[in-house]
Design a protein around this ligand. Structure first.
Ligand SMILES: [Zn+2]
Length: 203
C-alpha cells in the first residue's frame, strides 16, 4: 500500500464544494462519472447508509473486503471468477483528498477488478467470448444483467472515508447488497423489530 497517499493536493488546491460536485458527475479521460446524471449525492448517501444498516454491516466491512480482493492473487474470489485490469492511473478522489497512485508513477498496476457472477457461468462465458477485452463500454450491460461487479482500487477510500458507494447511474457503483453477495461479506440482517425502529428513526 506504499504507493497510496493521503491528503494529495498536487493536482489542485483543496476542492471547493462546487468543484467536488462537478467532479462527481464527470472526470477527465473517464467514460463514467462517480454519479449518473439522474443521481443526487445526498440521496445516494442516505440510501446506502440505510442499506448498510439493514444488512447489519459497516462501510468499513465493505472497504476491507475490497482491499482483500485487491491483495489476492487467486483467479477467483468467493467462488467468482475475476479479471484484473491494469492501468497507469486510477481517478483522484472527487473530494480531492486521496489518490491511489503517486502522480509520477507511470507503471502499469491493477486498478480495476471485474468480478463475475459465478452462479451464472454459462451467460458469463458467452459474454466473455463476445467481448474478450472487456472494454469499459460493456460494463453497463454486465452490471444491468447481474453478470459482474466492477471494483476500483479507489473504492475502499470512497467507502471508508466518505461512506460513498457511487451513484445508481454508474457501473462502478458498489451496491451494498450486491457487494455482500459477490464478495461473501459476513452479515446479519436487521431483525423485523429493528427494521421498524430504523425506519421510525429510533434505531
Ligand atoms: Zn476522499
Amino acid at each position: 500500500m506504499g504507493r497510496r497517499i493521503e491528503n494529495l493536493h498536487l493536482f489542485s488546491a483543496r476542492l471547493q464544494p462546487d468543484e467536488v460536485h462537478r467532479s462527481l458527475y464527470s472526470y477527465p479521460y473517464q467514460k463514467y462519472g462517480f454519479l449518473g446524471r439522474e443521481d443526487n449525492l445526498d440521496d445516494v448517501l442516505k440510501y446506502d447508509a440505510v442499506q448498510v444498516q439493514l444488512l447489519g454491516i459497516t462501510f468499513d466491512d465493505i472497504a476491507s473486503k475490497i482491499e482483500e480482493l485487491f491483495l489476492s492473487d487467486e483467479s477467483t474470489f468467493n467462488g467468482n471468477p475475476l479479471v484484473r485490469k491494469e492501468y497507469t492511473h486510477s481517478p483522484l478522489c472527487p473530494w480531492g483528498d486521496y489518490c491511489t497512485v503517486f502522480p509520477l508513477d507511470t507503471s502499469l498496476k491493477v486498478t480495476e477488478i471485474i468480478l463475475f457472477n459465478g452462479q451464472r457461468e454459462k451467460e458469463v462465458n458467452t459474454f466473455r467470448e463476445a467481448y474478450p477485452d472487456l472494454p469499459v463500454q460493456v460494463y453497463r450491460r454486465l452490471i444491468d444483467n447481474d453478470l459482474a461487479m466492477v471494483f476500483s482500487d479507489l473504492h475502499p477510500h470512497l467507502i471508508r472515508g466518505h461512506k460513498f458507494c457511487e451513484g445508481f447511474g454508474t457501473p462502478y457503483r458498489v451496491d451494498p447488497q450486491r457487494t455482500v453477495r459477490y464478495l461473501g461479506i459476513p452479515h446479519t440482517p436487521l431483525s423485523f423489530v429493528n427494521k421498524v425502529k430504523l425506519f421510525a428513526g429510533i434505531y
